[in-house]
Design a protein around this ligand. Structure first.
Ligand SMILES: [Fe+2]
Length: 398
């Protein structure tokens, strides 16, 4: 599939036509509908019965949690993610040889009209980084992750603000969002997908689900990255030998990435600056200083989460604990399995080490900012302070 990477990098999104080969569309719709029925059967046993399907603005299937229900009739719901038009195109867009699928989901229309959602970027600065941390890494090294919407039926729900993946919002955009975060933005563009088309986009682009209406919506949703984790691969036995081999490669890489993340954290723990810089390079080869800074910010969050999981009694809120267990490989968060690799004493020292980074990322008072997820926070939304560099971080260790 021909992709225009330059346009993708500039605009932060690209629309690709007929990603699902037309002769596969009907059978893929059928397979996904079987999965919808199976998910609904599971939801029907919950309390209240069918609550998600009946109440959610955007009922969503996660194929990972339905992994045990993948069989011959539904294997194509996974295999579409391995197609040249999705996996191959993603590798081109990311500028890598072998992009790996991250999450595999399906977004569905609700049973009653829910109207527009709120404009947002897909992250909360308190748990990842200021937006310019992402932006400067993307401008320097390209994106680490590409997200997809791939429509099984015509879909024009998604709007995006072109170029907003690498910049802060303008004062005019902020003012519009403060007035009404659920209305069209003058800088926004509506995407129009015909059945089988896809839109690939770079987070943290500002985007909007403009209308959760009852119009039939079955849009495959997920992404690709070099950073992955697969909690349940029981569906592998249903896939072709080639697909199994592909996942095998990705699983191996995911294990290696986790080990390299641990090596980076331990290098900081041991105050070994050269080893720390080497570990960052190994995690994100051929990347420049902005990637190393962004990885350092993300590793400071890992250090915090490891500490939260090791010392849950030390005044950590339920919400923080639930973040700490979350596995989000694209932002280098490995949850409990990473915490298990450190002793309580090490976790304490690790957090002390990264506290310098954390302190640089927050002010004295909680604030809010339009267009982000999460509530009021003292963490900066937009800019990374100039003094936060990897060299300055390492200089604190002597
Ligand atoms: Fe979103």
């Amino acid at each position: 599939m021909d992709v225009n990477r330059q346009q993708f990098l500039e605009d932060g999104y690209v629309i690709l036509r007929q990603v699902i080969p037309p002769d596969q569309l009907d059978s893929l719709r059928h397979s996904y509908e079987i999965m919808v029925d199976r998910q609904r059967a599971t939801w029907a046993q919950e309390d209240p019965p069918d609550g998600v399907w009946g109440r959610a603005a955007q009922p969503r299937l996660n194929l990972t949690s339905l992994a045990d229900q993948i069989d011959e009739s539904t294997a194509s719901t996974i295999e579409i993610w391995l197609h040249e038009n999705t996996q191959g195109a993603s590798s081109q867009l990311l500028g890598v040889e072998d992009a790996a699928v991250t999450e595999m989901m399906l977004m569905c229309s609700p049973v009653s009209d829910h109207g527009p959602a709120r404009w947002h970027r897909d992250f909360a600065p308190a748990h990842s980084s200021p937006v310019m941390g992402y932006a400067e890494d993307i401008l320097d090294n390209g994106p680490r992750y590409v997200q997809w919407n791939l429509s099984l039926y015509d879909d024009d729900v998604l709007w995006v603000v072109p170029g907003s993946h690498v910049r802060c919002l303008t004062s005019d955009e902020n003012a519009q969002l403060e007035r009404d975060a659920q209305a069209p933005l003058s800088s926004g563009v509506q995407t129009h997908l015909k059945a089988g088309d896809g839109v690939a986009y770079i987070l943290p682009i500002l985007h909007w689900a403009s209308n959760y209406s009852t119009r039939m919506r079955r849009t495959i949703h997920g992404g690709f990255s070099m950073f992955t984790h697969y909690p349940n691969l029981s569906y592998l036995k249903q896939l072709s030998p080639q697909a199994r081999e592909t996942f095998g490669r990705w699983v191996k890489r995911s294990d290696d990435t986790m080990t390299r993340t641990e090596i980076a954290l331990r290098a900081a723990l041991e105050a070994d600056g050269a080893a720390y810089q080497q570990a960052l390079q190994d995690l994100h080869p051929e990347s420049g200083s902005m990637a190393m800074r962004q990885s350092t910010i993300l590793l400071s969050k890992s250090a915090k989460r490891i500490q939260d999981l090791k010392r849950p009694a030390s005044g950590v809120s339920e919400e923080e604990l639930s973040y700490a267990t979350g596995i989000h490989p694209m932002t280098m968060q490995c949850g409990q399995p990473m915490a298990d690799r450190f002793s309580v004493a090490e976790a304490g020292r690790l957090w002390e080490r990264f506290r310098w980074v954390d302190d640089r990322l927050r002010g004295d008072q909680d604030a809010t900012c339009p267009g982000f997820q999460g509530g009021p926070t003292s963490y900066f939304f937009n800019d990374v302070p100039a003094e936060l560099t990897v060299d300055n971080f390492i200089a604190q260790w002597s």
